[in-house]
Design a protein around this ligand. Structure first.
Ligand SMILES: Nc1nc2c(ncn2[C@@H]2O[C@H](COP(=O)(O)OP(=O)(O)OP(=O)(O)O)[C@@H](O)[C@H]2O)c(=O)[nH]1
Ligand SMILES: [Mg+2]
Length: 324
């Protein structure tokens, strides 16, 4: 088992760099428009439910949402907890740091398993009502209904949450909103979706929003690893390279056994070549000089295999933001 070889990290890179940091910028038109629509709908909202990825409780949670969070009661769900390191000490640390940032109400959720828990029905929805009733509702004072808006970066499970709450409360199994395993599935602010009766509770879905400029390269790569940015923009090989760097730095060598390597590696080309060869991912290309067909390792296909293993949790549960 090569998961830990103490002291080896010293021989690895101590800093990650990208040839072109602009690949981390992703603020397409639907995000700009969505942000405007969300601001316009704020007057119809009692409570904001922010959803983020539990593997990156700090990366990507940025100023874009500050107005929403300051103006309305706020609940933070750290979702995909099934993929995140859930050691008690880590969880306490995250909660403490979030508190320092003004976030008082945090839940760790695994929305793929929501049927097994009463969290949505017995805790989160009642809290929406309780928090709303505890503060002035201004233009919504006296209304016997509640409306929450889900906000967050792309692909964290906002739409999944709405479908799950609706299912948990109303027993409606159909999908009210579309979900998908890539960033940018929801492109518009939705109409109100009823998720409970007597009193009626509605939730509004919104497109995932990123900051126009990622503040730091590691933040950006972590968002990329969690699929909050489309892979093709950042580059599959760049993402796999960052993952390798991140794992090596923590002396986490789970990938060595998983990919049947002889030992840890620091060079992404060497790593991806081995993964490609072991998985028979080979490209046939014609050499223009000799006109011969040559076989080359398909590094992009290898990178996808690496990313899939990481994202499905097969390389272990992680807290990517363990240094923040
Ligand atoms: N492992 C895991 N996957 C989840 C969880 N919740 C949602 N997903 C998956 O995450 C992916 C994204 O879910 P969505 O609900 O579409 O995410 P979103 O935040 O609405 O994404 P955008 O509309 O692109 O902003 C889907 O493949 C979901 O099945 C979870 O708790 N654990
Ligand atoms: Mg969505």
């Amino acid at each position: 088992m090569a998961s830990r070889l103490p002291g080896t990290a010293r021989s690895f890179r101590s800093k990650f760099s990208l040839p072109n940091e602009n690949v981390l910028r992703w603020f397409p038109g639907h995000m700009h428009k969505g942000l405007g629509e969300m601001q316009a709908r704020l007057k119809d909202i009692d409570c904001v439910i922010e959803i983020h990825d539990a593997r990156i409780p700090f990366s990507g949670r940025d100023t874009q949402f500050r107005t929403f969070i300051q103006l309305r009661p706020h609940i933070l769900l750290l979702n995909k907890a099934d993929l995140a390191d859930s050691k008690k000490s880590q969880v306490l640390n995250i909660e403490e740091k979030l508190k320092e940032q003004g976030v008082d109400t945090v839940f760790f959720t695994d929305l793929r398993q929501f049927e097994k828990s009463n969290l949505l029905r017995k805790e989160i929805l009642p809290l929406v009502k309780e928090l709303t009733d505890s503060r002035p509702r201004y233009n919504r004072e006296g209304l016997n209904e509640y409306t929450a808006m889900v906000i967050g970066v792309p692909n964290v499970g906002k739409s999944t949450f709405i479908n799950a709450v609706r299912w948990a409360n109303l027993n409606r199994k159909g999908k009210a909103v579309s979900v998908g395993d890539k960033a940018g599935v929801t492109r518009h602010v939705s109409n109100k979706i009823r998720v409970d009766n007597s009193p009626p509770v509605y939730i509004i879905d919104t497109p995932g929003i990123l900051t126009p400029k990622v503040p730091d390269i590691e933040n950006g790569m972590r968002l990329g690893l969690c699929s909050c940015v489309p892979d093709h923009l950042v580059g599959e090989e760049n993402l796999a390279d960052y993952l390798l760097y991140w794992l090596n730095k923590r002396e986490n060598f789970s990938y060595v056994d998983y990919f049947k390597l002889d030992g840890p590696v620091d060079n992404a080309m060497v790593f991806l070549t081995k993964v490609a060869v072991n998985n028979q991912k080979v490209l046939r290309v014609r050499d223009v000089a000799t006109n011969q067909i040559e076989r080359k390792p398909d590094l992009q296909a290898a990178a996808l295999i690496v990313l899939r293993a990481f994202r499905s949790g097969e390389l272990g549960r992680v807290l990517l933001d363990d240094d923040m």
